[in-house]
Design a protein around this ligand. Structure first.
Ligand code: GLC
Ligand code: CA
Length: 491
């Protein structure tokens, strides 16, 4: 594949007038949340779409313009929904398809767009495709997965969750064969090179687009497009796949987007964006994320400046997603050993705070010792550096983590709404995940209701970047409401 050439690189300050000036995702403020831990309306302890709908005015009040929903489809829930067992429905615990459409409609009425996770690198092992594939070698689904008769030599390499995940190939007794799983063993990889699988992925996208979403946060993109198989030693990315995903999406609904999760080196960014801007609309800027935390830990901003420079060039229609924390660990894998040590020392000194030999599993506020000035500094960076800010639910009020919960679950506790039992998240006796109730981050101290009433709280104070949606007059449907600070937005 030919690499992007300097022809697409624009010298800073010499940007041409954009041909399309209402690319909504360039001026968005994205808020990600998990339906199951946001708000429970029917009192069964699990968050649902009815509950989320009741909180849309809160989100609107924050100034966010797009919601990214983590997986809410049917799932055995062994990887917080990233193990999907049916792509074409809503997990009954969260509501019905009808509730989903009511929700996207209600969001639209408030000018809020919805993007959803697209998890197609793998399915749950409970998905009927895998069940049929393992049962019968002649099944039409057999080739939808990646098999080997013998244990491949690479079986003990390439684990994404080192320390927890033992291998990338497991033996399935029923299939009498080994199957490939880049992630946990209950997440068999789809054979994404198979045209039938590719067609199914488009069908999944078409389905949700029809129900009102504005696009997808695409999970694990480098693995989706990689070659897979027992003889594959060094996977090769098939970037052209990205073009066909985009072409399909753009044909069905012109202004829908894909935001790629691809923690790759800056040299390959242009392969993901496409040199003519014909692949992914957006990518998370992992390079800036890691160096930003290094800068906060070391007071040395030079590597951050270098990361910004290295990720500056992109096609006119492409955009970065800028984030501080997300639902996974803070992955520091791209820093040098020494830099990583420094960030660990500052923000995650204890073993229990670290994960997968490369990251920190804490939430933002406790990492920054709850220091309001530091938190505001981090937020002002996220809101001013080039890219679209992507916030994590609960971080707007400075929620904490529960390190007693395993792996990344510690930073996935329910939203803290008020001082009512379980922080107002549920009326049930037992929430799906315990709400943080003790200590300085417990819901009696940290909750949305009190912060909304208090004029100088983290989420309402003069420096609350959340209130500043910075909707530029160029963006479609701009309401030019609410802009307390005059920070210019780079798009
Ligand atoms: C992505 C998600 C992560 C999930 C994994 C497997 O990295 O962000 O939460 O566990 O993919 O789907
Ligand atoms: Ca519920």
């Amino acid at each position: 594949m030919k690499r992007a050439t300097a022809a697409v690189a624009r010298p800073a300050g010499k940007r041409p007038t954009p041909a399309i000036n209402d690319l909504w995702y360039k001026n968005a403020v994205i808020y990600c949340l998990s339906v199951g831990t946001f708000m429970d309306a029917n009192g069964d302890g699990i968050g649902d779409f009815a509950g989320l709908m009741r909180r849309l005015d809160y989100l609107h009040g924050l100034g966010i313009t797009a919601i990214w929903l983590m997986p809410f489809q049917s799932s055995p829930g062994r990887d917080d929904g990233y193990d999907i067992s049916d792509y074409y429905g809503v997990n009954p615990a969260h509501g019905t398809l009808g509730d989903f459409v009511e929700f996207t409609h209600a969001a639209k009425q408030r000018g809020i767009r919805v993007i959803i996770d697209l998890v197609v690198n793998h399915t749950s092992d409970q998905h009927h495709w895998f069940q049929e594939a393992r049962r019968d070698p002649k099944s039409r689904y057999r080739d939808w997965y990646v098999w080997s008769d013998k244990k491949p030599a690479s079986a003990n390499t390439g684990m994404v969750f080192p320390g927890v995940q033992k291998s990338t190939w497991s033996y399935d007794k029923e299939a009498r064969a080994w199957y490939f799983h880049r992630f946990y063993d209950f997440q068999p990889d789809l054979n994404t090179s198979n045209p039938n699988v590719q067609a199914e992925i488009l069908k999944i996208m078409g389905f949700w687009i029809q129900l009102g979403v504005s696009g997808f946060r695409m999970d694990a993109v480098p693995f989706v497009i990689a070659t897979k198989g027992p003889r594959v030693r060094k996977p090769v990315e098939q970037y052209e796949m990205l073009r066909s995903l985009r072409a399909f999406l753009q044909w069905r609904v012109g202004d829908s987007i894909i935001l790629a999760e691809a923690n790759v080196l800056p040299e390959t960014d242009m392969e993901y964006f496409g040199k003519d801007g014909d692949r992914m609309h957006m990518m998370f800027n992992f390079q800036v994320n890691q160096n930003l935390f290094y800068a906060l830990a070391s007071s040395d901003s030079r590597p951050l400046a270098r990361a910004l420079k290295a990720t500056m060039d992109r096609p006119e229609t492409a955009q970065w997603g800028l984030f501080l924390r997300n639902h996974d660990e803070l992955d520091l894998g791209r820093l040098s050993e020494e830099q990583r040590r420094e960030v660990f020392k500052c923000f995650g000194p204890e073993q229990s705070m670290q994960l997968y030999e490369r990251g920190i599993r804490r939430r933002l506020a406790p990492m920054l010792s709850g220091d309001r000035r530091l938190i505001e500094l981090a937020y002002s960076l996220m809101f001013t550096l080039p890219g679209t800010p992507v916030l994590r639910y609960g971080d707007e009020i400075g929620m904490g983590d529960d390190l007693d919960l395993p792996e990344r679950n510690c930073a996935r506790t329910p939203m803290q709404w008020s001082t009512e039992p379980h922080g107002g998240f549920t009326k049930a006796d037992k929430p799906v995940v315990p709400v943080i109730s003790e200590g300085p981050y417990g819901y009696p101290h940290v909750n949305a209701a009190e912060q909304r009433r208090e004029p100088n709280s983290l989420s309402t104070g003069p420096s609350a970047s959340f209130a500043c949606a910075r909707r530029s007059p160029r963006s479609a449907g701009a309401t030019s409401r609410c802009c307390r600070c005059a920070i210019p937005r780079s798009s």
